[in-house]
Write a protein that binds this ligand. Structure first.
Ligand SMILES: C[S@@+](CC[C@H](N)C(=O)[O-])C[C@H]1O[C@@H](n2cnc3c(N)ncnc32)[C@H](O)[C@@H]1O
Length: 131
């Protein structure tokens, strides 16, 4: 039985997490935005969209990433995340943008991909638009 329950793709674990979140959002009538700090290839952002959109409670699905790979870790980060190295998770913005455009299609207006170092974003999120 455990073999049957094992994940076959890393996204499966995240889908299960979003299913739990979906129940919580519905039960508590919580509306808002999905923000992913470090959205990498936007696969998880897309999984969130697929699971949460049905609730009609999400204004926007925002993915933030610098798209230049992991920045050098501070000593504190290196202590907590010793397996990650500077430059890991490098993925070109153009590739992600193509994936986002083709995957979200009709709902594209609800999806925002921000190519920035999120530590330098000082302006708050307004409604469904991030600057
Ligand atoms: C572990 S990956 C994220 C994986 C992704 N959330 C998923 O579920 O597939 C971490 C991401 O965070 C991004 N990142 C790390 N620090 C960042 C920063 N200060 N500003 C923007 N992006 C950053 C990296 O570029 C990388 O793509």
């Amino acid at each position: 039985m455990t073999a049957r329950l094992d994940q076959r793709h890393s996204i499966e674990r995240k889908m299960r997490f979003f299913l739990d979140i979906r129940g919580f959002l519905k039960l508590n009538a919580i509306k808002g935005n999905y923000l992913e700090f470090g959205s990498f290839r936007s696969w998880t952002q897309y999984a969130a969209f697929k699971v949460l959109e049905e609730t009609k409670m999400m204004n926007a699905y925002v993915g933030l990433d610098a798209f230049i790979g992991e920045p050098p870790a501070t000593p504190l980060e290196a202590r907590h995340m010793p397996v990650m190295e500077s430059g890991d998770f490098l993925c070109p913005y153009d590739e992600v943008s193509k994936f986002v455009k083709s995957s979200f299609k009709m709902r594209a207006q609800k999806v925002v991909t921000v190519s920035k170092d999120f530590q330098n974003i000082r302006r708050p999120l307004r409604s469904n638009v991030l600057v």
